[in-house]
Design a protein around this ligand. Structure first.
Ligand code: SF4
Length: 236
C-alpha cells in the first residue's frame, strides 16, 4: 500500500487496483456519506422502507433527470398510486402530468404504465428478483435492474453503474473503459466483492457533490491523496 498522502500511479489498462487501495477509498467515502445529500432513489428506498415497486418506479423516473426533480415527481405519482395495480389503471396522460418535468416524461409515462401492467399480468403484482425477468420490463436496462436488485432485493452480487460510477471509476484508475456497460463488467473483475453493493451509493453521491463531471472539487476531495486524476481541476 502506498503511504497516505502519496498519489497513486495510474494503472495500466487491464490492471486491477490493489484491494487495500480500494478499501482505503471506500472507507473514506463511507465516512463522508452522512454529511452529503444522497441520491433520490436511495431516499425513496429509505422513506418507503424498501418497497421494491416504489424503488423500481423511482429508478425508471430518475434516468437523466436531476435528483430534486425525480424526487418531487415520484412523490406526486406515489400520492396518486403506490402499487402496480393502481398505477396500471392510470392513463398515460395522467402519468405524464404527474411526472412532468422529468426528462423524456412521455416515454417514461408509457414505460411506467406498461411495466405496471406486466407486473400485474406476469409477475403477480411483485417486482421480479432476477436480472433476466427485470430486463423484460419496458424501460428497464441493466442500470435500473442492478439498482433494483441491490436496493429492493438486497443483492450483494450486483454493481449498478451510471454515468457517475463510470466517470469516477475511470478517474480513480480502477478501470479503463469507454462505456458504463464495460465499466460494470470491469468492476466485477477489479474490486473486491464486499464493496459491490456500496459502489453506486458512494460514487453517485460523490459524483453529485464533489467529483462532478465538470469542475471536480479536487482540493476538497478526501480521495485526492490516492487519485491519479487529482489534477483534473485546481479551481476549488
Ligand atoms: S481527486 Fe478530483 S478527480 Fe479524484 S476523485 Fe477526487 S474530485 Fe474526483
Amino acid at each position: 500500500m502506498g503511504k497516505a498522502g502519496t498519489r497513486q500511479a495510474k494503472l495500466p489498462a487491464g490492471a486491477a487496483p490493489r484491494p487495500s487501495d480500494v478499501a482505503w477509498i471506500m472507507q473514506r467515502l463511507r465516512r463522508a456519506m452522512p454529511d452529503l445529500e444522497v441520491p433520490a432513489v436511495e431516499k425513496i428506498a429509505r422513506d418507503s422502507r424498501v418497497d421494491p415497486f416504489l424503488v423500481l418506479i423511482g429508478t425508471l423516473l430518475s434516468a437523466r433527470t436531476q435528483d430534486a426533480t425525480t424526487h418531487a415527481a415520484s412523490q406526486r405519482l406515489f400520492a396518486r398510486a403506490d402499487s402496480p395495480g393502481t398505477m396500471a389503471r392510470l392513463g398515460v396522460r395522467v402519468i405524464e402530468r404527474l411526472i412532468y418535468p422529468v426528462s423524456f416524461y412521455r416515454t417514461k409515462a408509457r414505460h411506467v404504465k406498461a411495466t405496471c401492467t406486466l407486473l400485474v399480468e406476469r409477475f403477480g403484482g411483485h417486482v421480479p428478483d432476477t436480472m433476466e425477468d427485470l430486463l423484460t420490463l419496458p424501460g428497464v436496462g441493466r442500470k435500473t435492474a442492478n439498482l433494483v436488485l441491490i436496493l429492493a432485493h438486497g443483492s450483494r452480487r450486483n454493481i449498478c453503474v451510471d454515468t457517475h460510477v463510470h466517470r469516477i471509476s475511470n478517474r480513480l484508475g480502477w478501470v479503463a473503459t469507454r462505456t458504463p456497460d464495460e465499466t460494470e463488467q470491469a468492476l466485477y473483475r477489479a474490486i473486491p466483492r464486499r464493496w459491490w453493493p456500496d459502489v453506486n451509493l458512494y460514487l453517485v453521491t460523490w459524483g453529485q457533490n464533489v467529483c462532478r463531471p465538470i469542475g471536480p472539487r479536487c482540493r476538497a476531495c478526501v480521495l485526492a491523496a490516492r487519485c491519479p486524476s487529482v489534477r483534473v481541476s485546481a479551481k476549488d
